[in-house]
Write a protein that binds this ligand. Sequence first.
Ligand SMILES: Nc1ncnc2c1ncn2[C@@H]1O[C@H](COP(=O)(O)OP(=O)(O)OP(=O)(O)O)[C@@H](O)[C@H]1O
Length: 729
Amino acid sequence: MQIVSTDKEKCKACYACVRNCPVKAIKIEDQKAEVLEERCIACGSCVRVCSQEAKKIYSFKDEVLARIKKGDKVIGLLAPSYPVSFYPLKPEEVHGKLLAFGFSKIEEVTAGVEIILPEYGNYLREAKDYVISSACPAIVSLIEKHYPELVNHLAPIKSPMGALAKYLKTQEPKSFLVFIGPCIAKKNEALNFNESHIDAVLTFKEIKEMLKEVAPRRVSEYPRNFTQSFPLPGGLIKSLKHRGYEIESQRGISIEGQEQVIETLESLKEKKVSGVLFYDLLFCRGCIDGPEIDSVLTYIERRQYLLELSKENKKILVKKPVGNFRVKYTVKARELPLPTEEEIREILAYTDKFQPEDELNCGACGYNSCREKAIAVYQGLAEIDMCLPFLLKKTRGEAEFYRNKYEMENRKKYYLDGITGQTEKIIEVKKLIEKAALSDGNVLIQGESGVGKEIAARTIHYLSERAEKPFVAINCAAIPENLLESELFGYEEGAFTGAKKGGKAGKIEQADGGTLFLDEIGDMPLNMQVKLLRFIQNREFERVGSNAPRKVDIRIIAATNQPLAKLVKEGRFRMDLYYRLNVFNISIPPLRERRDDIPLLINRFMIEFCERRKMVPKIVTREAMSILMNYSWPGNIRELQNVIERAYYLAEGNLIKPEHLPAQITSKALSGEKVTKITTFKEAVAEVEKKLIIEGLKATNYNKLACARLLGIPRATLYQKIKEYGIKI
Ligand SMILES: Nc1ncnc2c1ncn2[C@@H]1O[C@H](COP(=O)(O)OP(=O)(O)OP(=O)(O)O)[C@@H](O)[C@H]1O
């Protein structure tokens, strides 16, 4: 039966219970600390340290209440330490309260001490080897479950509680015996030890809660006894001596406190001590320090108070009890598997511990060392990642990862959003830009003038790992042939007349670590193409006027509005350079192939332009928009940008109308379409007529008379044509 369990809702995996459990009977699973019954010695350490009150102790409260209510003979067995727990209540008042509550009778466990003293005296007299006292149930469990080799040394004698319970049961077999004491392990003794005879255990804390509202019954006397001092350290040995069972000096040792006890058991296990006959081991610093003592007195005050009480009366309560008070203790240990050295190293490596110096042994996981924790992981007691320094490192790493990712996402959105367009063609271009940004190879961007080649190149750079380094652009067509070399590669002092003092770094050097954008690469002279190729191949160059090679790390993005492959065929562009640049190819379609993006682009330019100039945007009328949509845009987006800016200034009101657009656009909008398919003459004329009428109607705000005038045809003809071509108004 499980004595201590975990309320998993409350458990916050602080590992305080693991840290304080002397036998590591806690298993962490899904970040919850579960108490393992097969290892637990019910010492209560985990209960004491749990700040979340997540540890629950098995309670007999309801059963006791039910028995009392039923009118059963319920006898309370008061542990010898009760006066210090109930202080300032006097012992007789405690008896009075318990009787008033409904207990039929109250016995003191000092009577049980009197029973076991002769048992110990006789056993020790005949002992062939050293003996370990078995009065403390935590010690019994500790040895049974964790020191199986020492079980035979446990005195096969009942505890005072067990002895008194057995005695009382023989006297009053139908009675219901309730031990009341400071100890959680007594619940374990009652439930899990052989022939315990005790029916229920209430801790002082529990009974005080139950007695809160109870007024004591008057009790004239209560039994006083020397063994009242039994719960003090060394109490058993002193009591034995007092009753005439003297153990030779140095042959009887009393050891209290979990650390000292475990240390002693380790020494005994290793057979490192000799000459001692009797070890009186107490898991706490005597029962006056039991986990549920719940006293207002300090440790030393408790000690003195009990000593005082024990002096008052020396009468022996139970004389010559009949019965057998021996008991058998059994091995309950369950071996845990042990990992090999290699397995330990593997587990340690999981939390980044590769060298001994990586093992911080900080104890945050509840284990004293990283190795101990690794073994616990192997044994299924600990979770592999419950390592605070590791988790912190990981969290920091993750935070950085997410920060970078977030920044990257933001950056990506910022730069990709800079390329306006929702048509399939431009979405395709954006995808290619993203891919090119991920790679570090050279890129060749092709497209008509003004389609957005440079904006694409910048986007690639700012989305790439080179984003923090410079983006340097040079227009190969705009620089005179004789200057291009020094512009690109830089020059040394005195390299030519007019060369700056100290020389100058060229664009290649300026772009070190970043991206060099070579615009209009198709216009690069052949001799420069050779030099550029050499640089691309060797990643080395010399400044003009110098022989010293210099190294830089750059990515080249080249752009051209000329068909480079054709230039190669014609021998005007070097094939080897073409292949070197064309690692990643992006072709940006002209604006007329993505007309649906025009309104979006207009909107964007209008907003940008007005924000820059602190002006109010104007509305582009349907007619003007229609014309803009139908125009073929040889100058592409740059041309559109200029047209919008110009129209803004021309329009006096809030509306941009057809008359604000350049003449070549309004006229070409109607005639600029190329013949794309061969039709009959009649069909072609009909199509042009239809278009003309639609545009005429739009331009006159659908006023048929005005439209007829504008087109120079009679009104009747217009009506007839509208009907014929099914034009909806
Ligand atoms: N998709 C787009 N969204 C918004 N603005 C764009 C877009 N494409 C191009 N632009 C704008 O159009 C103008 C011309 O673009 P860019 O200079 O990138 O074209 P280009 O192809 O490099 O031109 P050129 O061939 O003349 O060098 C720039 O102001 C640019 O910001």
